[in-house]
Design a protein around this ligand. Structure first.
Ligand code: FIX
Ligand code: ZN
Length: 426
């Protein structure tokens, strides 16, 4: 690490030196990105990368329909290159790319050393076709200064299965998270049949001791296979706990006991309304304000369980911070999806630091396309650095002494240390 204009053990005395020190430290801090949708190379086509994937990110698909007369049917009949061409034309050429998702593409191309002023899509395509995925992974990890990413791994996905069977997921910078949306949100429709097909003796409504035991056996086998950092689920805003349905029975009899036994925290991502507009396919999900009494109950009644939580509604964020002050078994993480915009990241980060100090994980990328690590982290690092500067400055201005190594310690915790510590605690 290089610290410009600062003796690394010296006390920082001016606002100007403080700003430079924080920017350098945040810039040089390696990151553990705790939630992405990226995959290591053995997962083949599940690992998305390149300009056409960047342009057809579902955030941009939602935006293109607002600026083009293309119908849903026409758009979905196009191949990926045609979709990317349309998005480039409508959102980058006929309009300036100022939304966060558009700006992200521009930042990414620029940081990859491409000339964004040329606006020459073919040049960008040529760049990506001249590199291998392995080389590009190195480029992206280096450029974004990320050293580990946590994937989202679905035990019900037939495309992932064969890779887990081999026991070799390749690049160890990609770690697993055991995703349980199908089990929890689609037990009766999908998971039940799937589990039966694998020989698990479960019942259709999951209401027997035998069924609970079998689901626990299923979870154990995946924990052994994946060695996940945590188990995770996304939930609608009307999620309730306690619950006398399948969700409640799964939580109380299967997931929470296994999470305690194996010391694998449970991540809850609450507030997504799936398929608000199904015509948009993956881009059609929305958001809603959750009832956080349920989260409080879950935390209070399961104090030996560890929970990672992120919420999709801006209106819930302050309440979540207050809950964080009450429950040390809760680690708040990231600015999820519609929260991952500069104005909201800034607001939430400030609010979290004011209520919870440095005991948070301020951000994750949610990258679906490898290249996005570059812009998502570049944009977030800048905002987190600005908020930290504002906070440290108030201390410095009343005479508190600060050294670069103390700032390094704090930043290291925010970008990875808190995650590792929370996971390792018993
Ligand atoms: O459920 C999730 O993990 C969400 O992050 C995704 O499903 C969503 O589509 C997304 O990419 C958000 O950034
Ligand atoms: Zn996600």
């Amino acid at each position: 690490m290089t610290l410009q204009n600062n003796n690394s053990d010296g006390i920082i005395r001016s606002d100007e030196k403080l700003k430079i020190a924080i920017e350098n430290i945040v810039e040089n801090q390696e990151i553990i990105d705790i939630h992405t949708h990226l995959f290591s190379p053995p997962f083949g086509d599940l690992l998305l990368w390149g300009i056409d994937e960047l342009l057809t990110y579902h955030y941009l698909i939602a935006e293109v329909f607002r600026k083009s007369d293309v119908t849903y049917d026409e758009f979905w009949a196009m191949d990926k290159t045609q979709q990317a061409d349309l998005i480039w034309q409508k959102l980058f050429i006929e309009n300036s790319p100022i939304s966060e998702a558009c700006r992200g593409v521009v930042t990414t191309l620029d940081k990859l050393g491409l000339d964004v002023s040329s606006r020459n899509l073919q040049d960008y395509r040529d760049y990506f076709s001249s590199t291998s995925v392995e080389a590009f992974i190195d480029t992206v990890f280096k450029q974004s200064n990320v050293n580990k990413v946590v994937m989202t791994n679905d035990p019900f996905d037939p495309e992932e299965g064969p890779v887990w069977e081999t026991g070799d997921t390749g690049d160890t910078r990609f770690e697993a998270a055991l995703r349980m949306d199908v089990l929890i949100n689609n037990y009766e429709e999908t998971a039940y049949e799937h589990l039966r097909g694998l020989g698990y003796d479960v019942d259709p409504t999951l209401s027997t001791e035998k069924g609970y035991k079998e689901v626990r056996r299923f979870l154990e086998s995946w924990i052994q296979r994946m060695n996940p950092r945590y188990m995770a689920v996304s939930l609608p805003p009307d999620f309730q706990y306690p619950d006398d349905g399948v969700l409640g029975r799964l939580f109380d009899n299967c997931i929470l006991p296994i999470s305690r036994e194996y010391n694998v925290p449970f991540a809850l991502m609450i507030g997504v309304k799936r398929a608000v507009n199904p015509n948009l396919r993956m881009a059609g999900d929305g958001t809603g304000k959750a009832d956080l009494d349920s989260l409080e109950t879950l935390l209070r009644e399961n104090q030996d369980n560890k929970f990672l939580v992120t919420l999709l509604s801006r209106e819930n964020q302050h309440e979540l911070c207050v809950i964080g002050r009450k429950f040390k078994n809760l680690m708040i993480f990231g600015c999820w999806w519609f929260m991952n915009n500069p104005s909201v990241i800034e607001e939430i980060t400030r609010e979290r630091m004011e209520l919870l100090g440095l005991s948070i994980i301020p951000q994750h990328s949610d990258a679906r396309i490898l290249d996005q690590l570059i812009y998502k982290w570049s944009h977030s690092r800048q905002i987190i650095s600005d908020v930290l500067y504002e906070k440290y400055k108030t201390l410095l201005n009343v005479g508190w002494s600060l050294t670069p190594s103390e700032i390094e310690r704090d930043v290291n915790n925010l970008f990875g240390g808190n995650f590792e510590h929370f996971l390792s605690k018993n």
